[in-house]
Design a binder for this molecule. Structure first.
Ligand SMILES: C[S@@+](CC[C@H](N)C(=O)[O-])C[C@H]1O[C@@H](n2cnc3c(N)ncnc32)[C@H](O)[C@@H]1O
Length: 313
């Protein structure tokens, strides 16, 4: 069962942004070659392909660090209510959609060795040779019809896909998740609050981020709509959780500041475009000021929703 797409085909994805000279035309171009340094500006065609570029050096580490920080924040890899319906000790089938580095799947698979996991992503940043025997990684586009039978999985997990999918793709992805979940089986979604509180610098950047996401058909308020999206797909909500890390006063603040810093790097071309930055020096200066403002005046909030497919539809 499932696609046997090669790892090589996984890695064909290209980042969809370009660096262009801010000077246009051949004369300007000649002049710019004479004068150093030439300023560059970034244009973004599609934030879904220019944020969290899976092949970026450091993306695996970011994904792994985030996994363990969230596990600590939410005290586990999934919500307690799911255990009422899914018996993880008895050969259950689990699907992780958009698995990234595979940390969630591998960690949960190690906790439950009799469960079988399939973890899918279009980029092979998951381990291809050494991983728990009860995890199979597959290279798939999650926006397509999934190559799994109806009613197959006891539990489906999706985490941190706000930048990966456009608003219009979510309904199809969740419809597929519903189709492959067993009646009585469960699903869990987890997303970060993208529009964070903070001082003027934070709010200014958040407003720009919001307008760009909207322009590109993405939902800046996805985190508030997880329950509604799951209900729309046919699931019944069983638990909703929201956890906040105040960045200047929380035991996990350093972990989340590190994740934030890596996330800014993971979205560098996007950030440069949003904030009109024209060089790596400007980017570094903006990043330092932004992170200091986040640390002093802001927080990070994550939202999670668990839901169940009705036993009879
Ligand atoms: C921010 S990462 C989240 C990874 C993981 N779920 C986590 O919580 O760490 C988003 C992931 O979605 C994947 N992705 C984006 N669009 C996709 C698509 N259309 N099909 C499959 N994977 C996709 C990316 O390759 C990336 O690994």
């Amino acid at each position: 069962m499932g696609s046997q797409a090669s790892v090589a085909s996984c890695n064909k994805q290209k980042s969809n942004y370009s660096r262009v000279s801010s000077r246009q035309g051949s004369n300007a171009s000649k002049r710019s070659q004479e004068k150093a340094p030439t300023k560059k500006r970034y244009t973004i065609n599609d934030p879904a392909k220019s944020c969290f570029i899976p092949e970026r050096v450091g993306e695996r580490d970011r994904s792994n660090t985030q996994h363990f920080a969230l596990k600590s924040l939410f005290e586990g890899n999934f919500f307690d209510s799911i255990k009422k319906y899914v018996d993880f000790e008895h050969h259950v089938q689990i699907l992780d959609i958009g698995c990234g580095s595979g940390a969630w799947a591998m960690d949960t698979a190690t906790e439950y060795p009799t469960a079988s996991f399939i973890a899918i992503d279009r980029a092979a940043i998951f381990p291809t040779s050494i991983h728990p025997a009860n995890v199979a990684f597959e290279c798939l586009d999650i926006a397509d019809v999934l190559p799994y039978k109806d009613n197959h999985f006891d539990f489906v997990h999706l985490g941190s896909l706000a930048f990966a999918l456009q608003s219009s793709q979510w309904a199809k992805v969740l419809k597929e998740a519903y189709r492959v979940t067993k009646p009585g089986g469960c699903i869990q979604l987890m997303e970060a609050q993208l529009i964070s509180p903070g001082n003027e610098l934070v709010l200014y950047s958040q407003e720009k981020l919001k307008s760009i996401l909207l322009q590109h058909g993405q939902n800046p308020y996805l985190y508030e709509n997880l329950g509604a999206m799951l209900s729309e797909a046919g699931f019944k909500i069983i638990q909703e959780e929201k956890r906040t890390v105040v960045l200047n006063n929380h035991i996990l603040a350093d972990e989340f500041m590190h994740i934030l810093s890596e996330s800014v790097d993971a979205c560098m071309p996007f950030v440069m475009s949003v904030d009109g930055l024209e060089s790596s020096e400007e980017f570094q200066a903006w990043k330092s000021a932004y992170l200091a403002a986040r640390r002093d005046t802001s927080d990070v909030t994550w939202f999670g929703v668990a839901a169940r497919k009705p036993t009879q539809s």
